[in-house]
Design a protein around this ligand. Sequence first.
Ligand code: SF4
Ligand code: SF4
Length: 306
Amino acid sequence: MAYHLGIVSGKGGVGKTSITASIACLLAEEGLPVIAVDTDVDAPNLAILFQAKNNQVQEFHVKTTEKAAFIPEKCVHCKLCIDDAFCHFDALKWDEDNLIPKIDSIVCEGCGACKIFCPESAFEVEPVNSGTINHLKSIYNFDVITGETILGAQTSGKLVTELRKYADEVAKNESKDIMIIDGPPGIGCPVIAMLTGLDYVIVIIEPTTAALHDADRVISVINNFNIPFGIIINKSDMYLEGNKRIKEYLNKNKIELLGEIPLDSEWPYAIAKGIPIIKDHPNGISAQNLKKISKKINVIIKEKEK
Ligand code: SF4
Ligand code: SF4
């Protein structure tokens, strides 16, 4: 089975995906059989950094959401569904021209109340397309698997689970032993689905009060799963007092610091171009620090393989 390395942040916007992209490239350069997986299904960007977008291997739809469907031939136009307010989510409107209900499928939560209350059984609740899994090839010679929810789908956690299953299948079939998994922000259902079964987690923090607060929340979840983890402080010299607070927090909780990446003026250009910093500016201070971190991660992976 592949080694599953996850990268999370708690708070969005701290540089998680950019760091994930560079670490995946560095581990691949070190000769590890890498496969990259983007589980940030509500805002997937990892494939863009690998310039994998136009080189698609496979795309398929996943049905993890249920929505109401109207069966017009059963409707007797009694209007009870509107007058008695069957839908607490305001997803049912009345079509005055055709005297039938209209379902707003973006708002519909698939609760099934309309199906239960309609005396003519003119509603069904059915699985609908809720996202895609895209299997791509990066220009850096490894596979990238991403998930992407569609508008109105509420089940991104289930999509992450399907994505993880698909990625495991690909890793097994293609003998890819190292899976680098970019996680969603927050601590909700998609993060839980992403953390399940990981061997090690990297938590990205920037030296701001909000980032430390959110990282602390995601660390609680990681501890619940009993997964070993370490920290990278990104933009480490952005706010020295914040950096000091993070170090105090790490010392107090005996958490490993994998490394720090200072604010580097080359980052915004690399991000704007959509290129991992390690490729765009390989001799810069960020790339140097990322290389040191990557070597530590390589050691951690090898420890597990012993
Ligand atoms: S869908 Fe059902 S409740 Fe609504 S108008 Fe038709 S028959 Fe009446
Ligand atoms: S399934 Fe629930 S949310 Fe959707 S239209 Fe019916 S009552 Fe409203």
